[in-house]
Design a protein around this ligand. Structure first.
Ligand code: PLP
Length: 376
């Protein structure tokens, strides 16, 4: 059996190697390393994929969040509502910009921010909501956009884990996560569903003025070279990464299908297992399974992790400490906050290997091992 990994980047690369190698060598030959033609072409292709007006590439997904918050003119002391149950980047940039993170709880089914909790957390200082489409599952954007409209708030969708996820609206229309809020941000970190071979990120928006400002902030606050109107930063998508991402974007829908096939296999294998909740399948969106995450009740979760490791099956706890309990935020006193669903999930989630290159032999080994542990 091929070794099981959380993500198998090498096997995926080998399937597109000829095309990728030629593209990378082409960039080397052209020496157009910074803002070469691939960058604009990829941005256009991604905008088309997202069905959005503007895509502004940048250096990574964390920068994308930071640039979005800077471009929307958020100022020190402004409150930004965010889930605590997320990767640290989402909440870290809020504090970095001296904004105030207001951590709220998540929905135990979707793992995403709970709209009712957002509503309760709004104060006169609230300026923005940052929903995270966690593990590839969409947050409830219909409810979130409704709250944002009523309270005049910006929405920055952290779409680092859910690129390609469709949301189905009641009127029959379909929209991609990341193209619904004021700005959507994403990451091309190698293990993400659309991953480059290094760092990368992008911002998505349908607002022309916001797009202009995002571009300026990412480029030292300038529109005209050497004339700097606002304080910005330097955040670019590398041309080599853009060339690779251009190729991989054409495969993204197939990659999502491959991930969903793995999720279906797991769902069937774990159906009815006592103590196990498989990922929620919403009728309102199409999960893209960046992670396949189980909730275990009355089961020694860390014991399962260790048992699988002895069988050479990796598994991960995303995330072992929620943001509101991180030392980083001690000054906000957030660890005193009562986020029962977040704390409950933190103790019970476990993510199994899921990627585009898994075969049935590997899946059989993983599922029978999990079943063995749970029924022993
Ligand atoms: C990966 C990730 C980021 C940050 O992306 P980088 O490219 O690593 O900076 C932000 N938010 C979430 C939810 C992520 O998973």
């Amino acid at each position: 059996m091929r070794a099981i990994q959380m993500v198998d980047l090498k096997a995926q690369y080998h399937k597109i190697k000829a095309e990728v190698d030629a593209a990378v060598l082409g960039v080397l030959e052209s020496c157009a390393f910074i803002n070469g033609p691939h960058v604009g072409r990829f941005a256009q292709a991604l905008a088309q994929y997202q069905d959005a007006k503007h895509v502004i590439p940048c250096a990574n997904g964390t920068d994308a969040l930071q640039i979005a918050m800077m471009a929307l003119g958020l100022e020190p002391g402004d409150e930004v509502i965010t889930p605590s149950f997320t990767y640290i980047a989402t909440t870290e940039v809020i504090a970095l910009l001296r904004l105030t993170p207001v951590f709220v709880d998540v929905d135990p089914k979707t793992f995403c921010i709970d709209p009712a909790a957002i509503e309760k957390a709004i104060t006169p200082k609230t300026k923005a909501i940052v929903p995270v489409h966690l593990y590839g599952q969409a947050a409830d954007m219909e409810a979130i956009m409704d709250i944002a409209r009523r309270h005049n708030l910006f929405v920055i969708e952290d779409n680092a884990q859910a690129i390609g996820c469709d949301i189905y609206y009641a009127d029959g229309s379909v929209r991609k996560t990341g193209s619904i809020g004021t700005v959507g941000t994403t990451s091309f970190f190698p293990s993400k569903n659309l991953g480059g071979y290094g760092d990368g990120g992008a911002m998505v928006t349908n607002d022309d003025a916001v797009a202009d400002t995002l571009r300026m902030v990412a480029n030292h606050g300038q529109k005209v070279r050497y004339y700097h109107d606002i304080v910005g930063c330097n955040s670019r998508l590398d041309t080599i990464q853009a060339a690779i991402l251009e190729i991989k974007l054409a495969h993204l829908n197939d990659y999502i299908d491959a991930r969903r096939r793995v999720a279906d296999y797991y769902d069937q294998a774990f159906a009815g297992l006592p103590g196990v909740t498989t990922p929620f399948r919403s009728e309102k969106s199409r999960h893209v399974f960046h992670q396949y995450t189980l909730i275990l009740e009355g089961v020694d979760r860390n014991g399962l992790h260790d048992y699988l490791a002895t069988l050479n099956i990796p598994s991960m706890i995303y995330y072992p400490v929620p943001a509101h309990r991180q030392q980083m935020f001690a000054a906000f006193g957030s660890s005193e906050q009562h986020l029962p669903v977040t704390d409950w999930l933190t103790e019970r989630v476990i993510s199994l290997p899921i990627h585009t290159e898994m075969d049935d032999e590997q899946l059989q080994h993983i599922t029978s091992s999990v079943r063995n542990y749970l029924t022993k």
